[in-house]
Design a protein around this ligand. Structure first.
Ligand code: MEV
Length: 436
């Protein structure tokens, strides 16, 4: 069994952390991390030659820090979560909140079936209502044609599931039809299968409707592929001493502060955008670490947040019956574990292995849990002593590095700036000069 609680991890060297990771992992799959897996993370994993086959005009690689979020328990299973992100405080915030959630039983997460939507825009249709019904009359035939497109997906239980036809009455080009092909993509992200299926069906849709199929592409508003996570934080776990060592925040005060912060995001799109950005700090970091398409996840998340016509919070925070804090998150989660960069990037493969996930749904459940934890970390800080205090020391290190500090000087320059409460590159340069 994996144990996601590794004490003192924060203070270890990089090598010590890697050794701890290998030790903490007795993968449920019986496939513990190999030296190759670990070296995928030390080297960045991707060779320039492999990269050259992935995109065009390659000149090299671009790296990000990879950290491990600790303490996560999702559906009763401990999981060490890899996070690729450049922003300080995110990994620490997720780990700390996972610890608090653990005291309330960890995260409980579910997913819908992995259903993606492919869209066909049918223009130049003489009678939209008649064409719509004709398409429904041919639904079985269209689905069975779409079903043959990906034999591998079919073998693993995926395939075409449904067809829906919408009429757009009014647009800059007048009315047209939109055909939605609902496709179960199992453990794939699914873009290729869905796009291929839409392109394949287009001639038949044209023959049935007498119109012209224009666009054939998946929708990133993947609202049939939802991940849900919830957690309960015992109110006593929320009590804490402020960083000034003087002020203590009672659990009830923190709970109510988090709920009021959520209310702000629920009611105001300006705040909701930032609130959801905090969720995406956690979500994207795992999506990137596993080689998934974070632009697709971002697009889906924000479109889903605006589905009522008013942009709002993706999460909720309320008081449970026993006075504890209860958080929930629901959002589209179109992630895969079998294709694309996840397949070819050794570090992404190692990340999937580290989490011991066997299906895309399991990965989606973990990602939603991390998003919820990250959201709570931000709200807890914002509702108490503010975000800057915790952020400053890590931010100061980045500023120290930017000012040219190396080795021991990084910590020394950063610490001095934090004491002075002046974290600026010009001050970092002065301090560094003085120290040297
Ligand atoms: C910063 O990356 C994320 C936060 O702004 C999120 C939030 O305000 O909830 C701290």
């Amino acid at each position: 069994m994996t144990n996601s609680r590794i004490s003192g991890f924060y203070n270890m060297t990089l090598d010590e952390r890697r050794a701890q990771l290998a030790e903490a992992l007795l993968s449920p799959s019986g496939a513990p991390l190999t030296p190759e897996d670990l070296s995928a993370w030390t080297t960045g994993g991707l060779s320039p030659e492999a990269a050259n086959h992935m995109i065009e005009n390659v000149i090299g690689l671009h790296s990000l820090p990879l950290g491990i979020a600790l303490n996560f328990q999702v559906n009763g299973r401990d999981v060490l979560v890899p996070m690729a992100i450049e922003e300080p405080s995110v990994v620490a915030g997720a780990s700390f909140m996972a610890k608090l959630a653990r005291a309330g039983g960890g995260f409980t997460a579910t997913t819908t079936d992995p259903l993606m939507i492919g869209q066909m825009q049918v223009i130049n249709v003489a009678n939209l209502h008649e064409a719509k019904l004709k398409l429904y009359e041919h639904k079985a035939e269209l689905l069975s044609e779409a079903d043959t497109i990906d034999p591998v997906l079919k073998k693993f239980g995926g395939g075409a599931r449904d067809l829906e036809v919408r009429i757009i009455e009014d647009s800059p080009i007048g009315g047209f039809l939109v055909v939605h092909l609902i496709y179960d993509v199992r453990d794939a992200m699914g873009a290729n299968a869905v796009n291929t299926a839409c392109e394949r069906l287009a001639p038949r849709v044209e023959a049935i409707t007498g119109g012209k199929v224009h666009l054939r592409i998946l929708s990133n508003l993947a609202d049939r592929r939802i991940a849900r996570a919830r957690c309960t934080i015992p109110v006593k776990e929320l009590e804490f001493m402020g960083a000034d060592g003087v002020r203590t925040y009672a659990g009830e005060e923190v709970r109510d502060g988090i709920i009021a912060a959520y209310a702000f995001a629920a009611a105001d799109p300006y705040r909701a955008a930032t609130h959801n950005k905090g969720i995406m700090n956690g979500v994207d970091a795992v999506v990137i670490a596993t080689g998934n398409d974070w632009r697709a996840i971002e697009a889906g998340a924000h479109a889903y947040a605006a589905r009522s016509g008013k942009y709002t919070s993706l999460s909720t925070w309320n008081m449970g019956a026993d006075g504890n804090l209860v958080g929930t998150l629901e959002m589209p989660m179109a992630v895969g574990i079998i294709g694309g960069a996840t397949k070819v990037h050794p570090a992404a493969q190692a990340a999937v292995k580290l989490m011991g996930v066997k299906t895309a749904s399991e990965l989606a459940e973990i990602i939603a849990s991390v998003g919820l934890a990250q959201n709570m970390a931000a709200l807890r800080a914002l509702a108490t002593e503010g975000i800057q205090r915790g952020h400053m020391s890590l931010h100061a290190r980045q500023v120290a590095i930017a000012a040219g500090a190396t080795g021991d000087f990084i910590e020394k320059v950063a610490a001095q700036m934090v004491v002075e409460k002046v974290v600026r590159i010009d001050r970092a340069e002065e301090i560094l000069k003085g120290m040297k």
